[in-house]
Write a protein that binds this ligand. Structure first.
Ligand SMILES: *Cc1c(COP(=O)(O)O)cnc(C)c1O
Length: 427
């Protein structure tokens, strides 16, 4: 969970918004936050020679990452009857906006090393859909799951070959880099999220990175997104509407929080990477537990937003025989508000009993561990959707757990988590 900067810059900028009467969804904080974000995402590493990426990138602050996915797809021309290729192993916000537009998701499974969109399956999916429907998918949405970079060089090569725009869902990957360049700046659009549990927070919020291409300059893209995000108003002295718009702009108050959070962003990323390094070290000699780490390839630089492990199916965990004996109350993931009561204790795809036992025993010790995201092609709401699967995301879902990784997690906490997990393994 992202936390406030100690210096309290958030309060300063929020106060400024009140003092200057800019408590509205536009204003100086929004503009300044966009400038800060743009500088951050276009910053080149020393290896790339330092400085900023060449022009061609603009940024729009929005009310949520989900809104950013929605508007990016809209701007790619996605409409009723179209298909969009999306990584199946993701949070629902990558795929739900496809349905808002009356289009259909085509799910593509993951590769074993990054857990992200498998480039070979991607190309297979494009060819197959072209053959079966006579049309190409309108967009490709790879996802930086838990912050891990996808193989964007291969994905872009395939996308360019077929002329399909890429919308990078980097909501979990703020500041993750591939070959030195920040995720979200490779595709036509890049999605960021500042929800409460993300790398930084504006309480709720998101942004869309627009990158110039053959047909459009980044500033034109930005203007179009802003127009859609503010109810698509035409230039008349009265309200004149010739297209359907949305109320998706970030408020000046939220942007004030964001400006303060920008001051701790680098610190947060370093902290998450440090926690990951500790888990890797402390679990190194624990049989049956594998920490998910980025490929040993210098192009990968994950922000490690969430640290994850997998449990070998033959690992014996305390009270494993009692796993799934009672229904869970409420929903996972800090869902504020109303959730449906689970219909039963089991669904047709769930984590192994040793994983569920580990999760519930850790919970008793005051440690919140969570299953991995359940693949979208296995979700009842997407039953009947076209999916290109290789078994990777389903097998990972059965064996994986997310561990505490946020900025409030101390070195002692990490040792406590690891010791607790070790103590729950039965010899
Ligand atoms: C959080 C998230 C989003 C959406 O962001 P919100 O700001 O919560 O709307 C999109 N995609 C992924 C993969 C996410 O984890």
């Amino acid at each position: 969970m992202a936390h406030m900067s100690e210096e309290g810059y958030e309060q300063k900028y929020v106060k400024e918004a009140f003092d200057t009467n800019w408590v509205v969804p536009l204003g100086p904080n929004v503009n300044a936050f966009e400038v800060d974000l743009k500088e951050f995402v276009t910053k080149k590493t020393e290896e790339l020679g330092g400085g900023q990426l060449d022009g061609g990138h603009e940024l729009v602050a929005l009310s949520a990452g989900t809104a950013a996915v929605h508007l990016a797809l809209l701007a790619c021309g996605v409409g009723p009857g179209d298909e969009v290729i999306v990584q199946s192993f993701t949070f629902c916000a990558s795929s739900h906006p496809i349905t808002y537009l009356g289009a259909k998701p085509v799910f593509v499974d993951s590769e074993a090393d990054t857990w992200n969109m498998d480039p070979e399956l991607l190309e297979q999916a494009i060819k197959d859909r072209k053959e079966k429907t006579g049309k190409l998918p309108k967009a490709i949405v790879p996802v930086a799951l838990y912050g891990m970079p996808y193989k964007i060089d291969r994905i872009m090569a395939i996308a360019d070959k077929y002329g399909i725009p890429v919308v990078e869902d980097a909501a979990e990957g703020l500041g993750s880099r591939y070959a030195g360049q920040v995720l979200g700046t490779f595709g036509r659009y890049g999605v960021l999220s500042f929800n409460g549990n993300k790398m930084i927070t504006t309480s709720g919020g998101g942004a869309l990175i627009c990158s110039a291409n053959e047909t459009e300059k980044a500033l034109e893209m930005k203007n179009r997104i802003m127009w859609y995000a503010t109810q698509a108003r035409e230039a008349y002295p009265y309200y004149q509407h010739e297209a359907i718009g949305y109320n998706y702009r970030m408020s000046n108050i939220c942007a004030g929080i964001g400006r303060g959070q920008m001051m701790v962003l680098d610190q947060h990323i370093k902290h998450h990477q440090h926690i990951q390094a500790m888990y890797e070290e402390l679990f190194a000699d624990v049989e049956g537990i594998t920490v998910h780490s980025q490929p040993k390839d210098s192009r990968f630089d994950s922000n490690y937003w969430l640290c994850t492990i997998t449990l070998s199916p033959d690992l014996k965990v305390k009270n494993q025989d009692k796993a799934y004996s009672k229904a869970v109350q409420g929903a996972v993931g800090g869902a504020a508000g109303v959730v449906h009561a689970g219909g039963s204790v089991h669904t047709d795809l769930e984590p192994n009993s040793n994983v569920e036992a580990m999760r519930s025993e850790l919970d008793l010790l005051g440690i919140e561990a969570r299953p991995l995201w359940k693949p979208m092609h296995c979700q009842p709401v997407y039953a009947g959707s076209v999916a290109f699967v290789n078994g990777v995301s389903e097998s990972l879902f059965k064996v994986g757990l997310c561990l505490p990784s946020g900025p409030m997690v101390t070195d002692d906490d990490v040792r406590y988590v690891v010791d607790s997990i070790k103590s729950l393994i039965e010899k």
